[in-house]
Design a protein around this ligand. Structure first.
Ligand code: PEP
Ligand code: MN
Length: 365
């Protein structure tokens, strides 16, 4: 996939790209007042507002619809902010284009549906509008990637992924669990792909937004989309997670902006020394893993001779107890040791089974 870089998507804007505005456009006054206040925050360059709202249950506020589009035109004319809205079908695309919306986004409930995404892709053919694609509700990287591919195949090459967290079972600190490894893997699979974090929908409550935004910047995401409302408590949707423009300004002001590299000589030297150390540690780690595999093979042959199974649960439990203790004594958490040993031990069992099977094949020859 040939996807444009963040700089090509937003040539006049500075990183991090900050998109702000209400969850929903409610009234012309609410939209205009929010936009005017947002305009005063130096880092914000794009105004968001939901015109059609995908609500989980019927009979809740489903957005003002087409009548809100001229309000966004007014935002653009009066403040110079670019505008972004959510679209979920071909008709929405047509209307967004008609009213000169700058950027479209596909919501999490739409990304899960290949039919809906394809309908949008078909409606986008022949345009060169920027499209932001939120991750699907469920933690499925392929579905996210599939939506990106469908939009790309329609000839759109300015695509921005939005990480808005995933709906997972149970009660959690966040409204939508971030599962950071998924956006990170997406970035590895499509290296150029611009990625923006949506801390508002991850958090579900205002108090958590600053931390999530910082984390996103720390892993080199390109920006954030933050729901902002002049009176969040009375918002018609997502009241608990919206912040006022003043709060937004404070959040942005307190963030640490890091860059991917720095040309300070002393820092470069320090980094080189540390990287050298980590390279050596990894070499040793790999050699130790190879040694471990050789021991595993010896164990398999010994078990074979004595007709013993490859896996003995009591031994595994005992072994893990010792590994956790050792881990703890050197400051490695139980979870970390467990994760690593799940991989190492699964490989050991497989190796032993393979050796036993080979032996059986030989005997049967
Ligand atoms: C939104 O941005 O207001 C929205 C509905 O988001 P999501 O699709 O991430 O739930
Ligand atoms: Mn919302």
């Amino acid at each position: 996939m040939k996807i444009k870089t963040i700089e090509e998507c937003f040539p006049k804007l500075k990183k991090p790209i900050i998109i702000a505005g209400p969850c929903s456009a409610e009234t012309e006054d609410q939209v205009m007042q929010t936009a005017r206040e947002i305009k005063e925050i130096p880092n914000v360059q794009i105004f968001r507002a939901g015109i059609w709202k995908p609500r989980t249950r019927p009979n809740s506020f489903e957005g003002v619809g087409e009548k809100g589009l001229p309000w966004l035109q007014r935002v653009k004319e009066e403040t110079g902010l670019q505008t972004a809205i959510e679209i979920a079908n071909a008709k929405h695309v047509e209307l967004a284009l008609k009213y000169g919306i700058d950027i479209l986004w596909i919501g999490a409930r739409t990304t899960v549906s290949p039919f809906a995404v394809q309908e949008i892709a078909d409606a986008l053919k022949g345009t060169d509008i920027r499209v932001m694609i939120k991750n699907p509700l469920n933690a499925d990287l392929s579905l996210w990637l599939g939506a990106i591919e469908r939009i790309h195949q329609a000839g759109i090459d300015r695509i921005i992924a939005i990480h808005r967290g995933f709906s997972i079972e149970g009660t959690h600190k966040y409204r939508n669990a971030p599962v950071w490894k998924i956006p990170i893997e997406l970035k590895q699979r499509v290296p150029n792909l611009p990625m923006i974090c949506d801390p508002s929908h991850i958090a579900g409550k205002r108090a958590l937004i600053a931390n999530i935004t910082q984390k996103a910047l720390d892993i080199d995401m390109d920006g954030a989309i933050i729901e902002t409302h002049i009176t969040p408590e009375t918002a018609w949707s997502d009241a608990a997670q919206q912040v006022t423009p003043t709060e937004l300004k404070k959040i942005l002001g307190n963030l640490s902006y890091r860059s991917q590299s720095c040309h300070d000589k002393e820092f470069e030297n320090e980094l080189e020394v540390l990287r050298d150390q980590i390279d050596r540690a990894d070499q040793e780690l790999i050699e130790l893993l190879a040694q471990r595999q050789n021991i595993v093979a010896d164990i398999a042959r010994a078990k074979l001779k004595n007709n013993v199974t490859a896996l003995q649960v009591t031994r595994v439990n005992e072994m893990m107890k010792k590994r956790f203790e050792k881990g703890e004594s050197v400051g490695l958490s139980r979870e970390y040791i467990k994760e690593i040993y799940d991989t190492i031990h699964t490989k050991s069992v497989k190796t032993q089974i393979n050796i036993m099977e080979e032996k059986k094949d030989e005997e049967n020859k």
